[in-house]
Ligand binder design. Structure first.
Ligand SMILES: Cc1cc2nc3c(=O)[nH]c(=O)nc-3n(C[C@H](O)[C@H](O)[C@H](O)COP(=O)(O)O)c2cc1C
Length: 345
């Protein structure tokens, strides 16, 4: 039986269901960081089985922004063309697809940034070992104010290429400890200039980036992903959480941005994002999406209670290309297992 989740939803766009595939890095791009035919089939299958909106794996906006093995990039015509194929396949099955644009900031190493140090809000390295190359994270260069515009322009170049490739929109990755989040996060952002300390200052980098983009791109085509409450060894919430949410979301809406994705990385939804959507629903007028491994019942309840408009799933959609069908018929799901990371199905 179809449910409100698997039925068509005419929100900002005409979505074939309220099921959203979360952005998930898979590491199967080719040597030129292009999307391959296998990647196109992987996304095509999810659209074919009824996913309403696909958020692609993180796509790196420039070689200086990378931090991972074999992830796709979007800064050349060749890379743009490779995604054209993906978009066409998804559209053939009535799916919508947004490109998730990604700058890793200090979650990287010179091995991934053409031998140069990664950039960040800080000049302190992230703790721990980068599992990508088994080396400590690289020592970042603190981004100078005079260099920030160059970073915004890298995002813009990628966003334009994404729209040229046929994506229905772009999602800016502003969460999970990557570059933009390195400005939000007071544990990382140790600046004493107008980009540090206060709520307004910690939001400034993200807001300037958005203002830069909407000079050239319709704000209605932009979704932002933030993770104000997420799990990273333990639950971490933005410092001055309520102040940050109120200020940031007000500014973003003033710009005409209407799409918001609340993420918690891989945490329990109700301990993290579920709490955030309850704080912000009254103030967020546009499309609000969130989720993390919710059951059919839980997801329906989040929608029926008005907390979110669409629900995101990640690992369930890796393990079950036909997830939407299974949801509609309450069929048992194949459980995600770590081995599934090593192939595309
Ligand atoms: C293999 C894998 C890769 C991921 N890569 C990304 C990514 O590129 N960008 C992103 O915003 N989130 C990424 N995430 C987080 C997911 O988008 C999602 O928020 C998280 O898995 C929680 O949802 P789930 O419990 O339904 O899997 C990734 C998660 C997994 C499991």
């Amino acid at each position: 039986m179809k449910s409100k989740l698997t039925n068509r939803y005419t929100g900002l766009l005409d979505f074939q269901s309220r099921v959203v595939m979360s952005a998930m890095t898979r590491g199967f791009a080719d040597a030129n960081h292009c999307a391959t035919d296998d990647m196109a089939s992987y996304y095509e299958k999810r659209a074919k089985y009824g996913v309403g909106l696909i958020l692609t794996e993180g796509i790196i906006i420039d070689s200086s922004a990378d931090g991972y093995n074999d992830v796709p990039h979007l800064h050349t015509k060749e890379q743009m063309k490779s995604w054209k194929n993906v978009c066409e396949k998804v559209h053939n099955y009535n799916g919508k697809i947004y490109a998730q644009l990604w700058h890793c900031g200090r979650i990287s190493h010179p091995d991934y940034c053409c031998g140069l140090p990664p950039i960040s809000s800080t000049d302190k390295a992230a703790a721990g070992i980068n599992r990508q190359n088994n080396k400590p994270y690289g020592l970042p260069k603190r981004l100078r104010i005079s260099d920030m515009k160059d970073v915004y322009s890298l995002f813009l170049r990628s966003a334009k290429l994404a729209l040229e490739a046929g994506f229905d929109g772009i999602e800016l990755h502003m969460g999970h400890g990557y570059l933009v989040d390195q400005f939000f996060d007071l544990r990382v952002n140790d600046r004493d200039d107008e980009y540090g300390e206060s709520v307004e200052n910690r939001c400034r980098f993200a807001l300037e980036l958005l203002r830069y983009l909407i000079e050239y791109i319709d704000p209605k085509l932009i979704m932002i992903r933030i993770s104000p409450s997420r799990f990273m060894g333990e639950i971490y919430e933005w410092h001055n959480l309520d102040g940050m949410l109120t200020f940031f979301l007000h500014q973003v809406q003033e710009m005409g941005i209407e799409q918001l994705d609340i993420s918690c990385a891989q945490a329990n939804y109700f301990d993290t994002s579920g709490k955030i959507v309850r704080k912000i629903r009254a103030q967020w007028k546009g499309l609000l999406i969130s989720g993390a491994s919710l059951s059919h019942e839980e997801a329906l309840k989040e929608i029926n209670d008005g907390w979110v408009d669409m629900v995101t799933w990640g690992r369930n959609l890796i393990a079950n290309p036909d997830f939407v069908n299974k949801l509609a018929s309450d069929e048992e799901l194949i459980q995600f297992a770590n081995e599934m990371r090593s192939s595309l199905n």
